[in-house]
Ligand binder design. Structure first.
Ligand SMILES: CC(C)(COP(=O)(O)OP(=O)(O)OC[C@H]1O[C@@H](n2cnc3c(N)ncnc32)[C@H](O)[C@@H]1OP(=O)(O)O)[C@@H](O)C(=O)NCCC(=O)NCCS
Length: 384
């Protein structure tokens, strides 16, 4: 292997052949199962798109209804999970609690199904995970914050139930609509680090749960899914430090200190606009009056975007508007990345299915730049 084949961070490397999605930067489009993701997000709802991502085709009305019923029937998590969440140290990060919850769930799976990587078995496990992730994400956070559990209400739709658990009451129509559209934007995105992690794990013939746990661990990082939390924290810092009049100078100081501004830049888009960010930014002013500082934050958002383009020619990625939108929707910040994970579960289930359906172990090589030709002394060094 020569250095010509080495691409740090696997930049530009083709990892697999997939029928699920592609970031077509030439036309600034995210193609999901043949459709433009933004067109899907404009016209459909999350469960329709989740069906599409997992099954490869849009549902008929009857299939869509049946899919929602299946998710509702399986939305509740075992009682032991609620007890586990109560046992967790209060300092546990919400994303770590979700990771532990998914891992714990594996023990409740039928052992024959757990280790069965056939398409049918993976579909069953994947749908169960998709159904249960909202209750895991919300109720683990609730336990960590001494808030009462809100168990899933199976009479509600998937996204309505998610918001109901978040808020402890049914959402208004505008919030639900925005939440659903954000969820669609996060659903699938070709080969980000977490999806790659899931596929790498699945490629050893490890099971769906293990692959999903790996995806959660990956998504938590601030260079990836954790950027939505970092993005709103940045906007709130500016608000605290002087608000809109101070925004430009604040960003300039950070850039001069060579800081990364979270929510900007992207390995694939980098110098292009993320279509999801363009679509979702329209919702920011629409929801601004829901929080007392909404107008100021929207103004800071615009200044940061302008300065980043002027200084670095970088555009926001989707985490930048979503950080602010979740804030406007009153969602606690530590839940932003777990909610992202919940949405991406559909995409990752599809990728594990595809990986197991036509598997080849991922096993890359390295350029070795360490020492060689060393020899150990001829007797042990430590007492052993
Ligand atoms: C996403 C990200 C990790 C991609 O990284 P990458 O493809 O490895 O690109 P690099 O880290 O090599 O960055 C390339 C250049 O752009 C700059 N850059 C990229 N993103 C930047 C950001 N958010 N803020 C400031 N500078 C940034 C880097 O400093 C680097 O400049 P240099 O060549 O002068 O050193 C990177 O853009 C980033 O850290 N963004 C912030 C985190 C984020 O929003 N993640 C969510 C992605 S959806």
């Amino acid at each position: 292997m020569t250095s010509e084949t080495f691409s740090p961070g696997l930049d530009g490397v083709i990892a697999t052949d997939t029928k699920i999605s592609l970031l077509d930067t030439d036309v600034e489009m995210i193609i999901v199962r043949g459709y433009d993701l933004i067109e899907l997000a404009q016209n459909l709802n999350y469960t329709d798109v989740a069906y599409l991502v997992i099954y490869g085709r849009l549902p008929t009305e009857a299939q869509g209804r049946e899919f929602c019923e299946t998710l509702a029937e399986q939305a509740e998590i075992p009682d032991e999970l609620y007890r586990l969440f109560e046992l967790m140290p209060k300092s546990t990060v919400a994303m770590d609690a979700l990771r532990t919850g998914i891992s714990f769930l594996a023990g409740f799976e039928d052992p024959d199904l757990l280790n069965d990587n056939s398409h049918e078995a993976n579909l069953k496990k994947g749908l169960k995970l998709l159904a249960q992730v909202p209750a895991l994400a919300v109720n683990s956070y609730r336990a960590l914050n001494d808030m009462p559990f809100v168990r899933p209400d199976q009479s509600l739709g998937y996204m309505e139930n998610f918001m109901y658990m978040l808020r402890g009451e049914k959402p208004d129509a505008v919030s639900l609509d925005a939440f659903d559209r954000i969820h669609m934007c996060y659903i699938e995105h070709e080969m980000p680090n977490s999806t790659f992690a899931a596929r790498v794990i699945a490629s050893t013939l490890a099971d769906m749960y293990g692959a999903m746990v790996g995806a959660v661990a990956s998504l938590k990082g601030r260079l990836h899914g954790g950027a939505n939390e970092a993005a709103i924290e940045f906007l709130l810092d500016i608000l605290k430090e002087g608000g809109p009049p101070r925004a430009e100078a604040y960003v300039m100081e950070k850039l001069e200190a060579r800081a990364r501004i979270m929510g900007f830049g992207h390995r694939v888009y980098m110098k292009k606009y993320d279509p999801r960010a363009k679509f979702l930014m329209e919702y920011i002013p629409r929801l601004a009056d829901r929080v007392p500082d909404g107008e100021e934050l929207a103004s800071i958002y615009n200044t940061v975007e302008q300065v980043m383009f002027r200084e670095k020619a970088l555009y926001p990625n989707t985490d930048f508007p979503i950080g602010l939108l979740y804030y406007e929707l009153g969602i606690p910040i530590p839940l932003y990345t777990p909610i992202f994970l919940a949405s991406r579960t559909a995409g990752n289930v599809a990728h594990v299915l595809e990986q197991h359906d036509d598997n080849r172990l991922f096993r890359p090589r390295v350029i070795y730049s360490g020492a060689r030709d060393l020899h150990p002394p001829d007797k042990a060094i430590s007492p052993g």
